[in-house]
Design a protein around this ligand. Structure first.
Ligand code: NAD
Ligand code: USQ
Length: 387
């Protein structure tokens, strides 16, 4: 099976590319390396020492005897090249990770807001339009986010996998319908993911594209079986105030004896998934495509939910780190419930890695091991939702 990984140099894309290659798929990464360039501009680096893409690919060949291809392309801005590559490769599956993914970065300034919208919306639309233009019949697997549902809108009602059953009163009686769950984004980044959903619905209906949208929670952890084979294959670990996500940040803070930075009261409940389960979920989604003519298939790609303060308490107990309740830079609900349906992946055989299984390994093998690479001045979250 020929698989393209758009954004395959990134945190989720790189381990996914290796996992699918290890499973015998013929993998090519397409990436414009913009994430590495953003690190240069923010004057920060991954906690882990990530190798240049060429070194990564050579190292993979050495340890696995398998080749992963690479095409340097900006999906949002090089449309003709994208169509030409589609005609040349004719991929069976396209996994789409190629978006600007940090909510704080997207809210940093008018420049980063506009970049995030331009990059993400154009990348997704270029991909869908180019598939139609080139005549390939690839199944698109997109990495979306739990944040499209928003937090707290439905109280304690479980969040369904993408679609909500509603009943409409009409003069002729009641009408049952299934609609996309209402969108309720909490940042410009999350807003682009809600726009992606509408584009998927349109292209599935109008052009019979086969599309799977994975509404993923916050990814934690660093290594997968494949990235751990050689240090040159190590995965990225973002810790800075813009790109670091909450659990990985708490692990890094504990390693350098920085107080754990809980935003506000810490009552925010979020959904989590380990990177090892991310790669497995993408594989399961590839193996279970929708039919042409179906509406996009939506999975909730999450395994556990926690309140931010619960995470801080857990890590504090494990490491002795202090907890600091800082003023929340974001505009978000202080406290919310979050009950998420995730039956589809579980029924396809996903066996989740829980915090209990993986936390200690992260503290020891990653956060403590690479602690000397941390620039403490980059820890505070400085991007404000409202100035
Ligand atoms: P990342 O920033 O590490 O990786 C994204 C990759 O896409 C980078 O290598 C970047 O260079 C590339 N890219 C961006 N724009 C591009 C363009 N126009 N053309 C070509 N390449 C481009 O992010 P990640 O954490 O790996 O996230 C990947 C996807 O998964 C994102 O769409 C994100 O929204 C989604 N997601 C991530 C998380 C998480 O916790 N990391 C959670 C839920 C969903
Ligand atoms: N938070 C803290 N302290 C910190 C960092 C964050 O309390 O030091 C809080 C935030 O205020 C927020 C929660 O932790 O309430 C989650 O923040 P985050 O940065 O870990 O996650 P988020 O901004 O939601 O974004 C991340 C990924 C994004 C993905 C999303 C999935 O960057 O790509 O889409 O998780 S989800 O949250 O399910 O929408």
């Amino acid at each position: 099976m020929k698989v393209w990984i758009l954004g395959g140099d990134g945190f989720c894309g790189w381990p996914t590319a290796l996992h699918l290659s290890a499973k015998g798929m013929d993998v090519t990464i397409l990436d414009n390396l913009s994430r590495r360039q953003i690190d240069v501009l923010l004057e920060v680096q991954s906690l882990t020492p990530i190798s240049p893409i060429g070194v990564r690919l050579d190292a993979w060949k050495k340890v696995s005897n398998k080749s992963v291809g690479f095409e340097y392309i900006d999906i949002a801005n090089e449309y003709d090249k994208l169509v030409q590559l589609l005609k040349q490769y004719k991929p069976d599956v396209i996994v789409h990770f190629a978006e600007q993914r940090a909510a704080p970065y997207s809210m940093k300034s008018s420049t980063t807001k506009r970049y995030t919208v331009d990059n993400n919306v154009r990348a997704t639309h270029n991909l869908l339009c180019a598939i139609v233009d080139s005549g390939v019949t690839a199944h698109v697997v997109h990495l979306g986010t739990m944040g499209v549902y928003g937090y707290g809108w439905s109280g304690s009602a479980p969040i369904p996998e993408g679609y909500l059953k509603v009943t409409l009163d009409t003069p002729d009686g009641q009408l049952e319908r299934e609609i996309l769950h209402p969108a309720n984004p909490g940042s410009v980044y999350h807003m682009t993911k809600t726009l992606d959903q509408l584009m998927f619905a349109f292209y599935a209906k109008n052009d019979q594209l086969r599309i799977t949208d994975l509404h993923q929670g916050i990814v934690w952890g660093t290594q997968t079986k494949e990235t751990a084979l050689d240090e040159k294959l190590i995965n990225r670990f973002d810790y800075d105030g813009d790109y670091g996500t909450v659990l990985n940040r708490f692990l890094m803070e504990a390693a350098v004896k920085h107080p754990l930075t809980v935003h506000g009261s810490g009552g925010q409940t979020r959904a989590f998934i380990h990177i090892r389960d991310t790669v497995r979920c993408v594989e399961l989604a590839i193996l279970h495509p929708p039919e042409a003519g179906d509406k996009p298939r939506i999975f909730n790609q999450v395994t556990e939910t926690y309140k931010v303060k619960q995470l801080a308490e857990l890590i504090s107990k494990m490491t002795g780190a202090k907890i600091s309740y800082v003023k929340n830079p974001r505009n978000e609900a202080k406290d919310n419930e979050l009950i998420v349906q995730n039956n589809q992946f579980l029924s396809l055989g996903l066996n989740p890695t829980t915090l209990n299984d993986g936390l200690l390994e992260e503290v020891k093998d990653i956060a403590t091991r690479y602690a000397s690479r941390i620039d403490k001045t980059k820890i505070p979250a400085r991007s404000l939702w409202n100035k």
